[in-house]
Design a protein around this ligand. Structure first.
Ligand code: PLP
Length: 386
């Protein structure tokens, strides 16, 4: 099996599991307990937080451990917008891009549906890019939060986050970015990016599912969404997942150490894979930006097929990939992200996304490209009138 669905999830790395093991077994303490067992758990949590902060270039107190990317996005979008609106009641609008993950979109829609906020969506161009000038035009003194993702999970397009964040700062609007897909592939230095909040998810990086981080710049207003014992400096109550935090920190550290070499290597393989598919599959289209894209994502439409049939055919041929977002898998609706780039519904329904694990081998991608050619031809042959 050739696994090309790393944007959906990755296995837990051995080093990560080994780092976590003590905190799942002998060192099982509750970090809030004052006895020694608790103190040792608290020390592990502190070390994990410091480790993550070192990679992000922030203070440990700016790192909030969450149950994953979805919770981090919910906390950023709702928590910052609510706190900002509480301080300044004119600010009851959130601005998000047209290609956000559902965790951001649905959080913004919740603010609108239940709390009377309005939501503005900044459009993207045909490559899925947000224009900073266009974003500026939507930012005013009624905006409580702006959220634009770092890299898109379906088409791999990378946004000019530093420029977008600068536009938000110029309008005094807190800026959040969902960096779930960027982590391990793109620089995460929050000062260089200029963001006020950034979401990360562990299971895209070799840590377990259900682990994540929200970075929130100090003094950014934040209303907690989970109430209770006041853990995570009051931002996120609940007994901390110590082993999860330790695993997240280990995975992020390993991914970051390998990133410069790995990103360049995989980007070269990705470009070769894209070139081969475009050359060998008649009529195939690349979705997303040709240049500003994740090293790990190659995404296409194959007009005249159904994306689902191509996926089935590829699975039969031993290539595991997806039509786009794992969250939308099985849905008959075309992807909102592809529609936002201007594709028509029919073409959008032929989408297939290949997302590469960091350790992907050249031969695997050569083999996969050949199987893609065969799979698309087989689906087209079935659909062709007799
Ligand atoms: N944001 C993006 C861009 C994602 O791709 C995902 C997961 O696929 C998430 C958020 C949600 O992260 P999690 O699965 O950790 O909840």
């Amino acid at each position: 099996m050739i696994y090309l669905d790393a944007a959906a999830t990755t296995p837990v790395r051995r080093e990560v599991l080994e780092a976590m093991w003590p905190y799942l077994t002998g060192e099982f303490g509750n970090p809030s307990s004052h006895h020694e067992t608790g103190e040792r758990a608290a020390a592990a949590l502190r070390a994990a937080r410091a480790d993550v902060a070192a990679t992000l270039g922030c203070r440990p107190s700016e790192v909030i451990f969450t149950s994953g990317g979805t919770e981090a996005d919910n906390l950023a979008v709702q928590g910052i917008a609510l706190a900002r609106a509480a301080r300044d009641p004119r600010r009851r609008r959130v601005v998000i891009s047209a290609v956000e993950h559902a965790a951001v979109t649905a959080s913004a829609e919740f603010l609108a549906r239940v709390l009377g906020f309005t939501v503005s969506r900044v459009p993207v161009d045909s490559q899925g890019r947000v224009d900073p000038a266009e974003l500026s035009g939507l930012l005013d003194d009624d905006v409580a939060l702006c959220s634009v993702m770092y890299a898109n999970n379906e088409i791999g397009t990378v946004q000019a986050v530093a420029e977008l964040a600068a536009a938000a700062r110029a309008s005094d609007v807190p800026f959040h970015t969902d960096a779930v897909q960027a982590a391990g592939w793109l620089p995460l230095d929050v000062a260089a990016l200029g963001v006020d909040a950034m979401s990360l998810s562990g299971h895209k990086l070799g840590a377990p599912k259900g682990t994540g981080v929200l970075y929130v710049r100090s003094r950014t207003p934040l209303e907690p969404l989970i109430h209770g014992g006041g853990q995570e400096r009051g931002a996120r109550s609940g007994t901390e997942n110590v082993a999860g935090a330790v695993g997240f920190a280990a995975a992020l550290r390993l991914a970051e150490a390998a990133r410069p070499v790995q990103a360049a290597r995989v980007a070269a393989l990705r470009s070769r894979f894209i070139d081969r598919v475009l050359a060998e599959v008649p009529g195939s289209l690349l979705t997303g930006a040709p240049e500003e894209r994740l090293p790990s994502v190659a995404s296409f439409c194959f007009p005249g097929t159904s994306g689902e049939s191509v996926l089935l055919e590829l699975e039969r041929a031993g290539v595991t990939c997806s039509s786009g977002s794992a969250c939308a898998a099985g849905s008959d609706e075309p992807s909102e992200v592809l529609l936002a780039t201007g594709l028509d519904r029919e073409t959008a329904q032929t989408a297939v996304r290949f997302s590469f694990p960091a350790a992907v081998a050249e031969e695997e991608l050569e083999e996969a490209a050949e199987r893609v050619r065969q799979a698309v031809a087989a689906v087209r042959a079935l659909r062709a009138p007799a």
